[in-house]
Write a protein that binds this ligand. Structure first.
Ligand SMILES: [Zn+2]
Length: 346
């Protein structure tokens, strides 16, 4: 936590320098400094057609059906029956497409709850024997309360979290169809984090509110522990990671997220350049929001990580975050960009 806090403080200082309005978790939505791509950078983004890698034929309709299928399980709160059903569905799916699936199990005690809860990150490995690896990750749990609903009486109603919960795993389910035939030089891990949204007291953590990111923090700790205990001359190493969060909104725009840009600008530029070359206008090469998300835990253990997130999604933490407000086309744009990026990874 100490290092994380320092990371956040350093980033805050940078945000101040670029003129962002900064407060605590929620107001960051409105805040955000802007760092625009320079003019030469912009034209470079637009003209880069040099890459020979082609996107996979990502099926937008099928991806959307996966999103619906996950939502049909009901809320997927950590430790719930909906989560257990989702885990079963995903394990079966990824294994059927050739991945090696592992559950990284742990228990977490939330400040506002009496009892600890059993949680599990799901890891689907492609080319598990390759030591040099990249990660595509997302959270797959859903928030117990729709705390952005103006009327608190609505908070406890069943909340499907189609974009903020199902979009990440649904995108990976569709990508899984294409992983075997993808020419890759690295191993790839799809990682689904539990316990990102297990929040009942949404005051800022520093003011006694609940803790975030149980899954990504557990994953990062395990990664660091295995790295330091590793023997042999080429132990597995994750060289880059991309978090996808809320990647299915109908009118999604993906800006550079502040912490991603501060700590992994090269990776931001690499991915947004691929999008520009493909003519995908949902990716806007400009910093907008600073979002506390699962990428911070991975950054802390030295994995360059960025967050692709649509933080302007108006249904965020509302009952209206359902499939009606999602689009397979948005997921296809993100999935195709990632499929080119994976081919470029060395
Ligand atoms: Zn959320």
């Amino acid at each position: 936590m100490g290092i994380a806090r320092r990371l956040i403080i350093v980033s805050l200082a940078i945000m101040l320098a670029v003129g962002g309005a900064i407060l605590l978790y929620k107001p960051w939505r409105e805040g955000g400094g802007t760092v625009e791509a320079t003019e030469p950078q912009k034209s470079e983004f637009a003209r880069d057609r040099a890459s020979s890698e082609r996107p996979v034929p990502f099926d937008a309709d099928r991806a959307f059906r996966y999103l619906e299928q996950i939502c049909e399980l009901g809320p997927r709160i950590s430790g719930s029956e909906g989560m257990a059903k989702q885990q079963e569905l995903l394990k079966r799916h990824f294994e059927a497409h050739g991945a090696v699936v592992e559950f990284q199990r742990f228990t977490a005690k939330q400040r506002s709850r009496k009892e600890p809860v059993a949680m599990a990150n799901l890891i689907a490995r492609w080319h598990p024997e390759r030591p040099r690896r990249v990660i595509i990750c997302a959270h797959y749990d859903t928030r117990p309360i729709a705390d952005q609903e103006p009327n608190p009486r609505d908070w406890e109603k069943p909340f499907l979290a189609a974009n903020d919960g199902a979009s990440g795993p649904a995108l990976m389910m569709e990508l899984a169809h294409h992983m075997k035939n993808l020419p890759l030089r690295v191993g790839v891990d799809f990682v689904l984090f539990d316990g990102e949204e297990y929040i009942f007291d949404n005051r800022p953590t520093d003011s006694g509110g609940d803790l975030y990111f149980f899954g990504s923090e557990h994953f990062a700790r395990e990664y660091a522990r295995k790295r330091s205990a590793a023997t042999g001359n080429n132990p597995p190493r994750s060289v880059k990671a991309v978090v996808v969060d809320m990647v299915a909104g109908k009118d999604a725009r993906f800006y550079w997220e502040q912490y991603s840009f501060t700590h992994a600008a090269g990776l931001c530029e690499e991915i947004w350049r691929i999008a520009a070359a493909e003519g995908y206008t949902r990716f806007v090469p400009r910093v907008k929001h600073a979002v506390l998300d699962d990428h911070l835990a991975l950054l802390r253990v030295g994995i360059p990580t960025i967050d692709i997130i649509d933080f302007d999604y108006v249904h965020w933490h509302r009952l209206s975050d359902n499939p009606t407000n999602c689009s397979g086309e948005t997921m296809a744009e993100v999935g195709k960009v990632l499929s080119i990026w994976l081919q470029k990874c060395r």
